[in-house]
Design a protein around this ligand. Structure first.
Ligand code: CAA
Length: 286
């Protein structure tokens, strides 16, 4: 399959990553069919996409008319069967191998064996996931960053079973949807999270040890290292609960103490302090 043959892509999962991927694919002129089991999640995804596109219009990168056309290219469904004839499907459902397994079984039941599956997983082995589908040669990792419309990178990660042609197609797709790709081996965390997750964990440990306040830790990294966001601010932005889940998967794979989740994160989740979306995380947004 060549990139020119792909006019429609599928997006399984409409959380913040799925919404972002759907948006950039639609901005690149592709029709996008989004599937998510929850209509409530669609509602949030639509709002996120519109808000993000409004910022792009404000910047003058696209016109209002182009914004409307982009939105019109995105459709939503709860039915996996709506992805039946879609040649290229991105996946960004919850980071749990059993959830992914169930989704790919449903997709495999309706899609042909030439369908390309690109998973956005950040913490599960691509090779393990490829082994779940009927044609592992067409399975690949394409890992995006949050917020997807802004972050220019995508990591392209072939599984052991991935065909070279699938890797080439994923690299072409990344370019089409406006991203710069790097490729890397299927290892826990790939490149970015292998470096970023220990940094995030260490920021929480500094706070736990009382070395500095949350504000001072964030200010240190913003003003000392030019990070656009401090590590604790970032966790509030991405969701403390989501970060905690990813850290635990990492720890399970890496079996190294430096990847162990700090107790403070667990307690914050118990208290409901899961970040901006809850009005409270490391900071109070109320
Ligand atoms: N859609 C479109 N544009 C957006 C946007 C969105 N959702 N969010 C921000 N922008 C644009 C703004 O319009 C603005 O554009 P201009 O500079 O051209 O005017 C620019 O991005 C900056 O936005 P703001 O001025 O509103 O705010 P900011 O300067 O604080 O930037 C941010 C916000 C882009 C989120 C920035 O804080 C940032 O880059 N944070 C770090 C994010 C990060 O580290 N992500 C990677 C994490 S690792 C990961 O994602 C791993 C994983 O496995 C998921």
């Amino acid at each position: 399959m060549k990139l020119e043959d792909i006019k429609t892509v599928g997006m399984a999962g409409a959380g913040s990553m799925g919404a972002g991927i759907a948006q950039i694919a639609a901005m690149a002129g592709l029709q996008v069919k989004v599937v998510d089991m929850s209509e409530e999640v669609w509602g949030r995804a639509k709002k996120t996409i519109v808000k993000s596109l409004e910022r792009v219009v404000k910047k003058g990168t696209i016109t209002e008319k182009e914004m409307e056309e982009t939105i019109a290219r995105i459709s939503f469904s709860t039915d996996v069967a709506s992805l039946k004839d879609v040649p290229f499907i991105f996946e960004a459902v919850f980071e749990d191998i059993n959830v992914k397994k169930e989704l790919f079984a449903k997709l495999d039941a309706v899609c042909g064996s030439d369908t390309i599956y690109a998973t956005n997983t950040s913490s599960i082995s691509i090779t393990e996931m490829a082994a779940l589908v009927k044609n592992p040669a067409n399975f690949i990792g394409m890992h995006f960053f949050n917020p997807v419309p802004v972050m220019k990178l995508v990591e392209v990660i072939p599984a052991l079973q991935t065909a070279p042609a699938t890797k080439d197609l994923a690299l072409d797709m990344a370019k089409k949807i406006g991203k710069t790709a790097i490729t890397c081996k299927d290892t826990p965390g790939f490149v970015v999270n292998r470096l970023f997750v220990p940094y995030i964990i260490d920021a929480v440990r500094l706070l736990e040890e009382g070395v500095a306040s949350a504000e001072d830790i964030d200010t240190a990294m913003k003003l000392g290292c030019n990070m656009p966001m401090g590590p604790l601010e970032f966790q509030d932005f991405a969701g403390v609960d989501i970060g905690y889940h990813v850290i635990n998967i990492f720890h399970e794979y890496m079996k190294q103490e430096r990847f162990a989740a700090p107790g403070l994160l667990r307690n914050m989740i118990k208290a409901g302090y899961v970040g901006r979306k809850a009005g409270r995380g490391f900071y109070d947004y109320s």
